[in-house]
Design a protein around this ligand. Structure first.
Ligand SMILES: *Cc1c(COP(=O)(O)O)cnc(C)c1O
Length: 452
């Protein structure tokens, strides 16, 4: 009977590794872990397995402790070539942004204290002035993320009223963010106009009634409608809004403050253009093409921004001090005109082919595994520029008997996990998204994954 061979709780607790753990951690917790390990050993036996001995159980208890103590999220190396990878935490921060967050975390800060007067101040004053300076907007407000920016905007301006949206823009952004759901949650009613592929000014004009609070334009950030299409420009919507007395709200999504065509990609709508066209409020993310921390940015007409700032939800979705500090530091790079040098995602996007090829070659020379340096494409990602890619060079590994899937698994399980991609049964590593200081760790991971 295998159950009789199961070690007792005490005998596992007496093992040196578990005894040491019980001294450094909460003893009750360690005892619970031993019981849980014995429970799963019982399940194992019920399914016809052998009983583990006390050493086996002790080892699994120590593994549970290690798993719980490991700092998460862990640092991983992004060799996918997708610059803004939502699963990998979107934009890495600039040195100055990291330093700013670290400063804000240490000790106290003048978060809501005006140092000149000694009175209560606004946590956002400097950020707002930077945003207005960069975008030409009258007023600005930063919140937790773009989804909460939209929820706040619609709740404050349109609750109990109607919002007109083009049928082609009632979209799902991903991760459960759907425009119709956000509208419903805000208490406003969606009035969709036009068709999936074509919407005209007169569609909006016909739909506006005395119940209309706003017209909402949403950037279709993660897909593209091609062919027989028509959409209404922001400036034309602003005309409708002005004539009919309703606000025009624009979710530009990724919010690139720089012109993406400069890097050979399609034009991504910028918040500045939308402000110039006269939009009432413009919403965008802090951690997509802006290259900063998770945040939602709202810019626009002072009267509207003030209404949002006074709404009770503003407090519920407010930005925390660490993100505020790093967002402010990120925006300073735009004013100093050092975006390509300092903001990691823009450094990656602007890296030219020869430099990428050279790095892929340097990786290759450190490896003893059949590989080639191949021309490829990197994607921008993050729900921006759908279908747009940048020319790149990758290290392409022939994984032989081991197989690409197994090599990918080994790379993910390295002490610094490496995330790559598979194409035609080869593992591809794109230097564009690997930070220069990560080269050593990448090579270590690669060597042990292919030389096993
Ligand atoms: C990404 C995106 C959002 C959601 O932004 P978060 O900052 O992730 O909350 C909303 N709208 C559009 C168009 C987007 O691309």
């Amino acid at each position: 009977m295998q159950f009789r061979n199961l070690p007792s709780v005490d005998s596992v607790l007496a093992k040196e590794n578990v005894a040491t753990a019980a001294q450094s951690f909460d003893r009750d917790w360690v005892v619970d872990l031993v019981r849980e390990a014995l429970d799963s050993a019982r399940d194992h036996i019920r399914q016809g397995g052998d009983s583990p001995n006390a050493d086996d159980v002790a080892k699994s208890v120590c593994q549970s402790i290690e798993d719980t103590m490991r700092a998460e999220p862990r640092h991983v190396i992004n060799a996918t070539g997708v610059v803004i990878h939502t699963n990998l935490g979107r934009a890495p921060l600039s040195k100055a942004a990291i330093e700013a967050a670290s400063q804000a975390a240490q000790g106290y800060s003048n978060l809501e204290l005006d140092l000149a007067t000694g009175r209560r101040g606004s946590r956002q004053a400097q950020l707002q002035s930077l945003l207005c300076q960069i975008t030409g907007a009258e007023a600005a407000l930063a919140v937790n993320n773009n989804a909460s920016a939209m929820l706040l905007g619609l709740s404050a301006l349109a609750s109990g009223r109607e919002v007109v949206v083009s049928r082609s823009e009632a979209v799902e952004i991903g991760g459960g963010f759907r425009v119709p759901d956000v509208l419903r949650q805000s208490g406003s009613t969606l009035i969709d106009v036009g068709t999936t592929n074509r919407t005209y000014v007169r569609d909006y004009d016909d739909a506006v009634t005395e119940n209309t609070a706003a017209v909402l334009k949403v950037h279709s950030s993660n897909f593209r409608v091609e062919g027989f299409t028509a959409e209404v420009a922001t400036a034309d919507l602003v005309e409708v809004g002005r004539a009919r007395g309703v606000a025009v709200l624009h979710d530009v999504g990724s919010g690139s403050l720089v012109l993406t065509e400069k890097y050979g990609m399609a034009h991504e709508p910028t918040p500045q253009e939308s402000i110039k066209d006269g939009a009432g409020l413009v919403f965008f993310s802090g951690d997509k093409l802006l290259g900063g921390p998770q945040a939602g940015i709202i810019i626009g007409k002072k009267e509207l921004v003030d209404q949002l700032a006074r709404h009770p939800l503003a407090r519920a979705v407010r930005i925390d001090k660490l993100s505020l500090a790093s967002l402010t530091a990120t925006l300073v790079h735009y004013l100093k005109d050092e975006v390509e040098q300092e903001i990691p995602i823009w450094r990656m996007i602007s890296t030219q082919e020869p430099a990428l090829k050279k790095r892929a070659k340097a990786w290759q020379s450190g490896l003893e595994c059949p590989s080639i340096i191949d021309k490829s494409r990197s994607a921008v990602g993050g729900g921006s520029l759908p279908g747009e890619t940048l020319p790149s060079w990758v290290l392409s590994l022939d994984c032989g008997e081991t197989g690409a899937v197994e090599v990918m698994r080994r790379l993910r399980e390295s002490s610094t996990p490496v995330i790559a991609r598979i194409e035609e049964d080869r593992v591809l590593l794109d230097p564009r998204t690997v930070l220069p200081e990560e080269d050593g760790q990448l090579l270590d991971a690669l060597r042990s994954a292919v030389n096993k």
